[in-house]
Design a binder for this molecule. Structure first.
Ligand SMILES: [Zn+2]
Length: 392
């Protein structure tokens, strides 16, 4: 699961910063400090660093605007958005469901690059309006740049970065915005979401490999258009690698959802699970239950009533010398804190719950009665059985 911290909430959406974001923030600030030193040798060190930090923060605010545009259109299409996360490679809107139609997907995808284009254009306009009379006096771009004040420098940089952000996101490789636009068009014309996703993912992988290849070539001194050559190629290759795994993953997710759709939880769940009494000691739990099986979790019941769930992780927290004095009731996750499913629920929704909560199993309950456990392993086994049949 991603780890990070929450910086606020807008339109009911949590804004989260992943720890990996700090790395890219430092990198951007560093690059800008160096860049400002080249263009403005007359600026003091404090001014360069200060301007770099402010510009980097504004850049991430621009990424946030881009993601908010996606999220708000998603909400208007009836799709809940839980959070927006900023991480190493930019931002991601955690939209809780796949778009219901090709048109909805097209709108949600295209609005991001459009908002970046508009924002970039406005910032560039604002920046050039500040440069007013400088143009006539200087003959070279470099001298024009050198005469810009801090605000104009930042506005022009931020404006061009937003335009680049829009262009990068329009690359037609799924799951980038451009890839989603491509998929929505294919989906709309073929009426087959899975086929559309497969094609868009292929294009995504092809583009990813071009990135990786060009990046490696750059490291070996090959001049790549727009990117130049040198160690910056490593970054390009890294982005390519990220795009490639994202494309593969998005397609696999769809296949899994497809395979599980319409399969009720009761078909996959484990019945006749061994239950543990609440007053058993941790020592007894280990010797009589845990050591005899490869089960990771046990329901805790009293007179057929589910009281909670105890798992290997809970046991690990107990120091060895407290095994005989601690009871299962003390370490279990109590029932009201557990996520549960109903037997007739769709297995694809259930898997979604497991993944989003980052848990390995859930009790299956009906009208307050405990029926069994649904484990990730059971879903995985079902998928293993079924994926052979449907592989094309
Ligand atoms: Zn986007």
């Amino acid at each position: 699961m991603r780890s990070g911290f929450r910086i606020g909430r807008l339109f009911g959406i949590n804004l989260i910063i992943d720890w990996s974001w700090l790395l890219i923030f430092l990198l951007v600030t560093w690059n800008l400090t160096v860049g400002f030193a080249q263009i403005h040798p007359d600026w003091s060190w404090t001014l360069r660093v200060g301007a770099a930090v402010v510009a980097a923060l504004l850049f991430f605010a621009s990424v946030l605007v881009h993601e908010l545009a996606h999220s708000l259109v998603a909400q208007s299409q009836g799709l809940p958005v839980r959070n927006i996360t900023l991480f190493l490679f930019g931002g991601v809107s955690n939209i809780q469901k796949e778009p219901p139609s090709a048109k909805a997907e097209f709108l949600i995808a295209i609005v991001g690059p459009i908002s970046s284009f508009v924002l970039g254009g406005l910032l560039l306009l604002l920046g050039t309006s500040l440069t007013g009379g400088i143009g006539q006096a200087a003959d070279q771009p470099r001298t024009i740049l050198a005469q810009l004040g801090p605000v104009a420098t930042m506005l022009l940089w931020l404006g061009s970065v937003n335009i680049l952000l829009a262009i990068f996101n329009l690359i037609p490789g799924f799951p980038l915005d451009g890839g989603r636009v491509l998929r929505s068009i294919l989906w709309g014309t073929t009426n087959d979401l899975r086929k559309a996703t497969r094609w868009a993912a292929w294009v995504g992988q092809a583009i990813a490999w071009i990135f990786i290849g060009s990046g490696i070539a750059m490291v070996f001194g090959v001049e790549v258009p727009f990117f130049g050559s040198g160690l910056g190629g490593l970054w390009l290759a890294f982005i390519g690698w990220f795009l490639n795994s994202a494309a593969i993953q998005s397609y696999q997710q769809l296949v899994i959802q497809d395979l599980l759709e319409g399969v009720p939880v009761q078909r996959l769940m484990r019945q006749n699970v061994t239950a543990v009494p609440p007053d058993a000691t941790v020592g007894a739990l280990i010797n009589d239950y845990l050591m005899g099986t490869d089960e990771q979790a046990f329901p805790v019941t009293d007179n057929e009533q589910l009281l909670g769930l105890v798992c290997l992780e809970d046991v690990r927290q107990v120091p060895r010398d407290a095994w005989e004095t601690t009871t299962v009731r003390q370490i279990m996750t109590p029932r009201d804190e557990l996520v549960t499913v109903e037997p007739q629920e769709d297995a694809s929704d259930a898997l979604d719950k497991l993944v989003r909560r980052d848990i390995s199993q859930m009790p299956v309950m009906q009208n307050g009665h405990f029926l069994g456990l649904l484990r990730r392993r059971d879903i995985a086994r079902w998928l293993e059985m079924r994926s052979g049949e449907t592989a094309r």
